[in-house]
Design a binder for this molecule. Structure first.
Ligand code: AMP
Length: 443
């Protein structure tokens, strides 16, 4: 199927050509004709399926063929996170290059006065997080009566974040004839109820849950307990030397500790999580995309939906709490046929979660041995010299002598991490244990 078969006009097709898309994704070929018929729609699909273009493209066509009334906005897209809102804005801007519609993003954490100024210019499209939209409405800055299409994107995330009452209030402000499109990555009883409440006789589209990871991505599991995860990560970074990498953590407190650790190792690193101000998050993303920052230590919420290409390694510092999140995380690498690697650190207590991932992606993920058991001890971790490492990824990296081997001279042996450049002298001497001594008693 081609985009030209879907009923889109020439300006929209030009925009698609500019974006470099050859053919519609499954969700696009199903959703675009339904939106053009002006039906309400429930779409169950995740990011990465081409979902954003499935609604932005037909909306551009609808706007082109309608008429603006008294400089009032005609389209409203509600998004749960600032990042998603900004990405939707970029989509409208990119695909709408030949239409010239004005769009404005209204998100918390940015100057409300600036947003008021932009609203006064009469935008056609509003992209907003629910709270900020209501603030601006209450300040009398938004006339919502002419809105013809409402999109509620990532409704499941809105539900998780407690935004549904705000969305309901917003729906109450809109015309009864407004066409509503609701997208959710998951389908639960609660989402079903919300869809029934918000939509009028909707068409339903289900794009099967994402269990596919790019074939160009190599997956590895790394046995690691919490106490030695950081050192193992550092050893892997030395070995893989990624140009650009995301490290996903399940807990926010791990993000800042890990950033400090990596910065101490002189690696350009920045955190990305929901507690940071919008300006910091935007700056961080720009610096990451430009290559100024090599390592992004991120939470799932902050990284969800981010459209960042060119990542060569994804590290899962923890096994994600649900298997689909793994597919999302790994989707950051191996894009457009490029090669990528994904390392997932797995402690004893995470084995069950890990097995769920293997069964979702229908792949047995091989183990990658980073350090010997002795090296993993947190009190004296040794990492290998990167140039002395074997090239085969599934082979153990021979890093440091084990307790059964004699320590080597520092010039010939591995770097010892944990003492800076100063290694205590006593550690440099060979051990001489009398024959009669019971070595078990010494250990
Ligand atoms: P989304 O699911 O909206 O987050 O889109 C995921 C990625 O797919 C984005 O980087 C889009 O630019 C890209 N994309 C969307 N539609 C197409 C298409 N028809 N062909 C190729 N890439 C696409």
């Amino acid at each position: 199927m081609n985009f030209s078969d879907l009923g889109l006009g020439p300006k929209t097709l030009q925009g698609i050509e500019l974006a470099g898309y050859n053919s519609p994704t499954p969700i696009q070929s199903q959703v675009i004709p339904l939106v053009l018929k002006r039906h309400d729609l429930f779409g169950c699909a995740q990011t990465g399926t081409g979902k954003t273009a499935s609604y932005t493209l037909p909306i551009l066509h609808i706007l082109e063929n309608g008429r603006q009334r008294a400089r009032m906005p005609r389209v409203l897209v509600l998004a749960p996170t600032r990042e998603l809102a900004q990405q939707v804005e970029q989509s409208f801007t990119q695909y709408g290059t030949f239409h010239g519609f004005k769009n404005v993003t209204l998100i918390g954490g940015e100057s409300i006065y600036e947003q008021e100024k932009r609203l006064s210019k009469g935008p056609d499209i509003l992209i907003a997080t629910p709270g900020r939209l209501l603030d601006l409405f209450e300040r009398g800055r938004i006339m919502p009566h002419a809105i013809e299409v409402l999109v509620i994107d990532e409704a499941d995330r809105m539900l998780d974040m407690g935004f549904i009452p705000d969305v309901e209030k917003i729906l109450g402000l809109l015309s009864k004839n407004c066409q509503t499109l609701l997208f959710s990555a998951t389908f639960s009883e609660e989402i079903k109820k919300i869809a029934q409440k918000f939509l009028k006789n909707p068409d339903e589209i289900f794009i099967s849950r994402s269990s596919k990871t790019a074939e160009t991505v190599e997956h590895f599991a790394v046995k690691a307990e919490d106490a030695n995860k950081r050192n193992i990560l550092k050893a892997l970074i030395d070995k893989e030397n990624p140009k650009s990498s995301i490290i996903f953590c399940n807990r926010k407190k791990d993000i800042s500790a890990l950033c400090t650790f990596l910065k101490r190792a002189k690696l350009s690193t920045a955190p990305l999580h929901g507690d940071l101000t919008q300006s910091v998050r935007t700056k961080t993303l720009e610096e990451f995309k430009s290559g100024k920052i090599r390592f992004l230590v991120a939470s799932d919420v902050a990284a969800r939906g981010l459209d960042i290409d060119d990542i060569d390694v994804v590290f899962n510092f923890d096994v994600p709490n649900n298997a689909e999140e793994y597919v999302h995380r790994i989707g950051r690498t191996g894009r457009a046929g490029r090669k990528g690697k994904a390392f997932t650190f797995m402690s004893e207590k995470e084995i069950k979660l890990f097995k769920a991932i293997e069964s979702l992606i229908k792949t047995k993920i091989p183990f990658f041995e980073v350090l010997s058991e002795e090296d993993k001890k947190p009190e004296m971790i040794k990492t290998p010299k990167s140039d002395s490492l074997p090239q085969q990824p599934s082979k153990p990296i021979q890093s440091a002598p084990t307790k059964h081997q004699k320590p080597r001279h520092p010039n010939k042996g591995p770097i010892i991490v944990g003492f800076g450049n100063e290694i205590p002298k006593f550690m440099m001497h060979d051990l001489h244990i009398p024959e009669s001594h019971d070595s078990k008693a010494i250990v």
